[in-house]
Design a protein around this ligand. Structure first.
Ligand SMILES: Cc1cc2nc3c(=O)[nH]c(=O)nc-3n(C[C@H](O)[C@H](O)[C@H](O)COP(=O)(O)O)c2cc1C
Length: 170
C-alpha cells in the first residue's frame, strides 16, 4: 500500500469515518428556493452553501443531482438562499419531510422579485446562476448575488444531525 493510511482500510470505512467527521461541522441552514416553469415554488433544505467571493458578491451551492430542486433551479436561472432563524427548526423539518409539491403549504412565504421568499428568515439572498459543474453525486452551482435582505436575529445551526443555536461564551 502506498501513502499513509489515515482512516480505515476500505472505501466503506473511509466513507463512514468521513461522514462521522463531517457531522461535527456545525452549519447554518437555508431553504434554497426557485419557481418552476409553471410558476410553482420549489425548494430544499441545504447546509452545503458558502460565500465564494466579494468581488463579485457570489456564493456556492452543492446540490445532489437527484434533488427535485436542481432542474427548476437551472431552468429558471435564478434562486433564493433563505437563511433560517433558530426559531425555524420545526419549520425546516416540516419542509424537509413534506413531498415537494406540498412543501410550501408548511410555511409562510411570498413572491418578491419573481422568486419565492420564505418569511421570518435571518437573511435572504437572491442570486443568478453563473456556472455549474458536476462532481460525484452533486452539482456545484456558482451564484451571482443580485439582492440581499438582512432580517437579523439568531441563525439556525445544524450539527451532528440535530438543530440548535449558537452558544454564547462568557
Ligand atoms: C439539514 C439538512 C441539510 C441538507 N443539505 C443539503 C445540501 O446541502 N445539498 C443537498 O443536495 N441536499 C441537502 N439536504 C437534502 C435536501 O434537503 C432534500 O431532502 C433532498 O434533496 C431530497 O429532496 P427532494 O425530495 O425534493 O428531491 C439537506 C437536508 C437536511 C435535513
Amino acid at each position: 500500500m502506498s501513502g499513509p493510511v489515515i482512516s480505515g482500510d476500505t472505501i466503506a470505512a473511509l466513507e463512514g469515518d468521513f461522514r462521522a467527521a463531517m457531522r461535527l461541522l456545525a452549519s447554518g441552514v437555508a431553504l434554497v428556493t426557485t419557481l418552476d416553469e409553471a410558476g410553482a415554488p420549489c425548494g430544499i433544505a441545504m447546509t452545503a452553501f458558502m460565500s465564494l467571493s466579494m468581488e463579485p458578491p457570489s456564493l456556492l451551492l452543492a446540490i445532489n443531482r437527484t434533488a427535485s430542486l436542481l432542474a427548476p433551479l437551472q431552468e429558471n436561472g435564478r434562486f433564493v438562499v433563505n437563511i433560517l432563524a433558530a426559531e425555524q427548526a420545526a419549520a425546516c423539518q416540516a419542509f424537509v419531510t413534506t413531498p415537494p409539491d406540498r412543501r410550501f403549504d408548511t410555511l409562510d412565504w411570498r413572491i418578491e422579485g419573481g422568486l419565492p421568499l420564505v418569511e421570518s428568515c435571518v437573511a435572504t439572498i437572491l442570486c443568478r446562476v453563473e456556472q455549474t459543474a458536476d462532481f460525484g453525486s452533486h452539482r456545484v452551482v456558482t451564484g451571482l448575488v443580485e439582492r440581499v435582505m438582512v432580517g437579523g436575529g439568531e441563525p439556525l445551526v445544524y450539527v451532528d444531525g440535530r438543530y440548535g443555536r449558537v452558544g454564547v461564551d462568557g
